[in-house]
Design a protein around this ligand. Structure first.
Ligand code: HEM
Length: 453
């Protein structure tokens, strides 16, 4: 592939003094990132005053993702997020990360996912059971409530009390938006001014901390169980023999919930929107879910029968990967895409950029779930489809998310068809995650077919 490119490394045009390309990244990030492969496999940009290289080629992305010791978490954007999130799993350097991941991985093994899938089913039933024929609702908001309830109940092993969920949900949105802004537009001391927005952000952080601290305290008082909270309460650092402090545990839980609800909600909302715009694909999903489910709630036993629904999920994650941009930093002198990189070089990879390379995915703007038919998908180079990243920093919730999205989409589609307002359009919103923004749609009940028709 590199033979078709003008050079292996290059420089992005249009840098501003001091800001570099920070404004382009802030104001039109997707267009800016998609323009970079024209300048090389590894393209130098300015993130404020700091240079960084954007990895535009799948082989190089794969190498970077799978050598997490050389290409560690870090970089100027990331270091700001670390201040806000402590040394939780996504933030930890490779050495810290090894023992943390080992201790937390069992919470995502298949037997646990089976348990979470029961919660997923209950929550989808709860959501679809409240919808009424002709009701107009914001699908993104409904799915955000759904996935937040699912991840909160799964991760915290807490009963999803309406009040507690509402508390976490309200504060989390403000906190996530505030963090995104602080990371992308580093205005330093300005964020300490007592403006309304800054006060709102601080207040939301305090509320969120209080809510999670309450759960930790309750679990310390009544230990036991084999869920994530109990794993964190008993986790011990291999090197120091130290347990995690309550603040460490809170950071881990906050990050896990933060990483696990908006991502899946937005992906599901994109899926329902795309299906509403592509009647043929929608008809194939309907046909499949009616044959497999005939109106009942999907379970993990149905996954084999939901081949096309899974393709839709994969295609949504290709077109609109919720985690659209992440950074790394070199821990030693190394070479990538033929370029020498000194220790401390910041790198950036974007699933959105890679997933929209026409050499890898012809007509990348076209919604085509059949790209994921087994044979076609197998011929993709490594590092081309990376909605969950790769290597040992790959999303710990990837199976959780894939199963959640497939089961939720199947159950919704066997019961309801969501119709957009006539003439409405969808605009991709780029924040910490990619999302479709508010999506007003009308609920239309689907006629039930019996399983044997
Ligand atoms: C559509 C849904 C999701 C997407 C697209 C997604 C995407 C990602 C990506 C791309 C990474 C790697 C970041 C990097 O390379 O720096 C990641 C890491 C992570 N994700 Fe997800 N994620 C999703 C759902 C979830 C869920 C449901 C959870 C938890 C319940 C979760 C928890 C995490 C955690 C803890 C990490 C850090 C892993 C580590 O460093 O070991 N994610 N996610």
């Amino acid at each position: 592939m590199s033979a078709t490119l003008p050079s292996r490394t290059g420089k992005a045009p249009g840098a501003w003094p001091l800001l570099g390309h920070a404004w382009q990244l802030h104001a039109r990030p997707l267009e800016f990132l998609s323009s970079l492969p024209a300048h090389g496999d590894l393209v130098r940009i300015g993130m404020g005053p700091w240079p960084a290289y954007v990895v535009c080629e799948p082989d190089a992305a794969h190498r970077m993702l799978t050598d997490s010791r050389t290409f560690d978490k870090g970089g100027p954007f990331f270091d700001k997020a670390r201040v806000l999130f402590g040394s939780s799993l996504p933030m930890a350097g490779w050495q810290e990360h090894r023992w943390q991941r080992r201790q937390m991985q069992p919470a995502f093994q298949s037997d646990r996912i089976e348990q979470y899938a029961l919660v997923m089913g209950e929550e989808v039933d709860r959501m679809t059971g409240r919808w009424r024929a002709g009701q107009r609702l914001d699908v993104t908001a409904a799915l955000t409530t759904l996935t937040l309830r699912i991840v909160t109940r799964s991760v915290l092993a807490a009963e999803a009390q309406d009040e507690a969920v509402a508390e976490v949900q309200e504060s989390l949105h403000t906190v996530i938006d505030g963090i995104y802004q602080r990371v992308m537009l580093p205005l330093g001391p300005l964020y300490r001014l007592p403006t309304r927005a800054n006060r709102r952000y601080r207040h939301a952080c305090d509320r969120l901390h209080r809510a999670i601290d309450g759960i930790i305290a309750a679990r310390r008082a009544a230990p036991g169980g084999n869920d994530l909270v109990s794993m964190l309460l008993t986790a011990v650092n291999d090197d120091t023999g130290e347990p995690m402090s309550d603040v460490d545990i809170r950071d881990q839980l906050m990050v896990m919930i933060g990483a696990g609800f908006e991502t899946t909600a937005n992906s599901l909302a994109f899926a329902l929107w795309l299906l509403s715009q592509h009647p043929e694909a929608e008809a194939r999903v309907h046909d499949e879910v009616d044959r497999t489910l005939a109106g009942r709630t999907a379970t993990t036993a149905d996954l084999d029968g939901l081949t096309y629904t899974r393709r839709v999920v994969n295609e949504v994650l290709r077109m609109y990967p919720a985690g659209w941009f992440f950074t790394r930093v070199t821990t030693t002198d190394t070479t990538l895409a033929g370029r020498h990189l000194p220790k401390g070089t910041a790198l950036l990879y974007s699933a959105y950029l890679l997933h929209h390379r026409p050499e890898l995915f012809p007509e990348p703007g076209r919604f085509d779930p059949d790209r994921w038919a087994a044979q076609a998908a197998e011929s993709l180079p490594r590092g081309a489809h990376v909605p969950f990243g790769g290597g040992n920093r790959k999303c710990i919730g990837d199976q959780f998310a894939l199963i959640e999205m497939t089961l939720a989409l199947a159950t919704v589609c066997t019961r309801w068809r969501l119709r957009p307002d006539p003439g409405s359009t969808m605009t991709v919103q780029v924040r910490g995650t990619l999302g479709p923004g508010p999506l007003p749609m009308t609920c239309e009940p689907r006629g039930r077919k019996s399983a044997d028709t």
